[in-house]
Design a protein around this ligand. Structure first.
Ligand code: MN
Length: 285
């Protein structure tokens, strides 16, 4: 199943080039009182909501994908967990390019652990990345991302994939420079999720997935998740050793080699096998 959020927070099922509106399913979410539970209530309830969404899908209003504004499939992640340098070739390019490492030693994921991105930096595929620092290099990083579906702590790799609610494409936009990663990667619009969430039964095995980022038809990044240093299972185990994972949390698995600057006017064409593609605009402030 492919689930999207679009226009003014409508919920849709993606079927080919069409979206069928199943927003009525939100009537099944329970009422909440302050303090509101952290995380994403829709993702937390997803297993119970899926049958109703299927039913609503038979009669819901249909839109063309091209005619809607796609928002991030997950509305309220409690946290966005990201893997640094998780492909060997990207580690090598980061170490070789002063424009990436800015004089600091690029450590491995074993040495530096994971990092968090501000949830306020998140946008969907139909919104635009804002490039408002023309004095600095801003790079694209395409990454396979997944959303946590159930509360988890100290997860074993063997059953780690059971905690995934779905997969999506992510862009971990990055301003290069000497500041902390979480600062450089948490600017407004620097976390793009989309175009929709693909449930694990439809997505299949995340361990051998092709993906690619192109600008103006030219390939910038092209890789396969088989080259991840920490794969999805290991990332869940590693993250859940430190953090309680909660429904709606997102894990960004890291970017392969080929990171490069973007310019206002660019359209980032991002494709991941089993998900589809999204075209994300870069605009000046
Ligand atoms: Mn990244």
């Amino acid at each position: 199943m492919r689930i999207c959020r679009f226009n003014d927070n409508r919920v849709g099922l993606v079927e080919g080039n069409e979206i069928v509106d199943v927003t009525g399913v939100l009537d099944h979410l329970g009422a909440v009182n302050w303090p509101y539970p952290r995380g994403d209530a829709f993702i937390a309830a997803l297993p119970d909501l899926l049958p109703e969404m299927r039913k609503l899908g038979d009669t819901g209003k249909r839109f063309r994908v091209a005619d809607v504004q796609l928002l991030s499939p997950v509305a309220q992640p409690g946290k966005i967990i990201a893997a640094p340098v998780n492909y060997k070739l990207h580690l090598e390019e980061a170490r070789a390019d002063v424009g990436i490492h800015f004089g600091s030693q690029v450590k491995t994921i074993e040495e530096c652990g994971l990092f968090l991105k501000a949830t306020s930096s998140m946008i969907g595929a139909g919104e635009a990345v804002i490039s408002d620092r023309r004095d600095r290099r801003i790079d694209h990083e395409i990454e396979l991302c997944f959303v946590i579906g159930a509360k988890a702590r100290h997860v074993k790799e063997d059953n780690a994939l059971e905690y995934i609610a779905g997969f999506m494409i992510g862009l971990d936009m990055t301003i290069r420079g000497p500041e902390e990663r979480s600062f450089r990667k948490s600017r407004d619009t620097f976390t793009v999720f989309g175009p929709w969430l693909v449930t694990p039964d439809e997505f299949g095995d995340p361990s051998t997935v092709d993906f690619e980022l192109k600008i103006a038809g030219k390939t910038r990044q092209k890789a396969n998740t088989r080259d991840l240093i920490f794969d999805c299972k290991k990332l869940i185990a590693y993250a859940s050793e430190a953090y309680t994972l909660e429904p709606g949390d997102v894990v960004m698995t890291g970017t392969p080699a080929g990171v490069a600057p973007v310019e206002p006017g660019d359209i980032l064409n991002c494709r991941i096998e089993g998900i589809g593609e999204m075209n994300v605009a870069v605009r000046a402030a």
